[in-house]
Design a protein around this ligand. Structure first.
Ligand code: GLC
Length: 395
């Protein structure tokens, strides 16, 4: 069986890490399977997939198409937004036409049994080329309902896709409304539980509290900083330091914080000396183990929240903004701590509570590791993906 995966970008965010896990898991479970990956921009994903033994082709998606997104239109009325989008689309039509011809030709040459698309932009592209008789699986990592323009475009074309895989029940529910008619099944993400493994627990001074995320505006860096400032103001002598780990990796216009913006916010809150930044980390498990408390602070419902299960697998106590798919991953006060999204005072209280209770941190960390090894291992993932592929494997 030959599968062609298509991913819009070559940088590695959550969706790309899941893609790498799927590729690795399939190659272990199905050594004879042929896997090919097409990426739309260059980046470290290319080498990492190659290292696994996957053939990779870079077919550059035109820059203008890559920057297309709803976030650019925030604050405008729907009519203006649609006008802007349409004028952008008209401008990019010639380059998209050329791209689609090349994409179509490449797919014909590769002649796959199935196409597995991993991002919104490649969902659109796979629908537009529509190879006759070849099933198309859309892997859904986001809430499309909250991105009205993109959702509209996908809706127009969802009859070209064969099947949808949603990363959580919450995402599936949203996708069933946004893409009516597309059969959708939930397959929770998985991680490499050997790589994401705990180290002997040792607390540091100052205690390290970290947010690990891309710099998307809804990941709650601002809430994290506000929580930090409540703590620092109320307890100036507490031995805590706050870490922001990550970068603005995706290029969709207007969607990301810049590091400078976050630094300015920390200065404005008067906590600049209590906050440090670490950019994109190759060895991220090392970072989780290095932190004492991991915070997830998304202000919008998180589709899944890969960083949550990664940190839990590393045996860290995680404070989780409880909404969307993230709420499905844990049990409050058992293997992680829940806080309401967008509420810095509640987050500050949860951090303080864990700071004051090393034993609670220890107990939660152990349960967290167990939850992930049981529910988010890659054997489960490859098995479920194969069940989906086999539905459409007519040969
Ligand atoms: C997207 C989602 C995130 C999820 C990741 C992997 O980045 O925003 O919640 O963990 O995809 O599915």
């Amino acid at each position: 069986m030959k599968i062609v995966f298509v991913n819009p970008v070559g940088v590695i965010g959550g969706a790309e890490r899941v893609l790498l896990t799927i590729l690795a898991a399939l190659l272990i479970a199905q050594p004879n399977m042929q896997l090919h990956l097409i990426i739309g921009t260059d980046g470290p994903l290319r080498e990492q997939a190659k290292k696994l033994g996957v053939q990779v082709t870079l077919l550059e998606i035109p820059e203008e198409f890559n920057q297309l997104g709803d976030s650019a239109f925030k604050g405008n009325s729907k009519a203006i937004a649609i006008f802007i989008l349409l004028s952008q689309i008209v401008k990019i039509l010639p380059s998209i036409g050329k791209y689609l011809r090349e994409f179509n030709q490449l797919l014909h040459e590769l002649n796959p049994d199935l196409i597995h698309s991993n991002g919104i932009k490649t969902h659109l592209l796979t629908a537009l080329v529509g190879l006759k008789g070849i099933p198309i699986v859309w892997h859904i990592h986001d809430f499309y309902g909250s991105r009205p323009l993109i959702a509209q475009a996908l809706k127009l074309m969802n009859n070209r896709a064969t099947f949808g895989i949603a990363v959580s029940q919450a995402v599936a529910q949203d996708a069933r409304t946004t893409l009516p008619g597309l059969p959708i099944e939930v397959i929770y993400n998985a991680i490499d539980i050997d790589y994401f493994s705990p180290a002997p627990q040792s607390s540091h001074l100052p205690l390290r509290v970290g947010l690990v995320a891309t710099f998307a505006r809804w990941k709650g860096h601002d809430i994290f900083l506000e929580a930090a400032s409540y703590i620092v103001k109320a307890h100036p002598n507490l031995n805590l330091h706050f870490w922001i780990v990550g970068e603005p990796i995706y290029k969709t216009r207007g969607s990301q914080f810049s590091q400078q913006e976050l630094k300015n916010k920390a200065s404005y809150l008067g906590i600049a000396s209590k906050v440090s930044f670490l950019s994109f980390q190759q060895d991220i498990a090392e970072i989780y183990r290095w932190l004492d408390i991991v915070v997830h602070a998304s202000t919008q419902p998180e589709p899944f929240g890969l960083a949550i299960v990664e940190a839990m697998a590393c045996g860290r106590p995680v404070i989780i903004s409880k909404a969307g798919g993230a709420a499905e991953l844990f049990t409050h006060n058992y293997d992680a701590i829940a806080v309401p999204p967008g509420e810095p005072i509640a987050l500050a209280a949860a951090i303080l509570d864990l700071h004051d209770n090393p034993e609670k941190r220890q107990v939660i960390s152990e349960k967290a590791r167990r939850t992930v090894t049981e529910n988010f291992n890659h054997e489960r993932l490859s098995h479920q993906i194969m069940v989906v592929y086999n539905k459409f494997n007519y040969k």
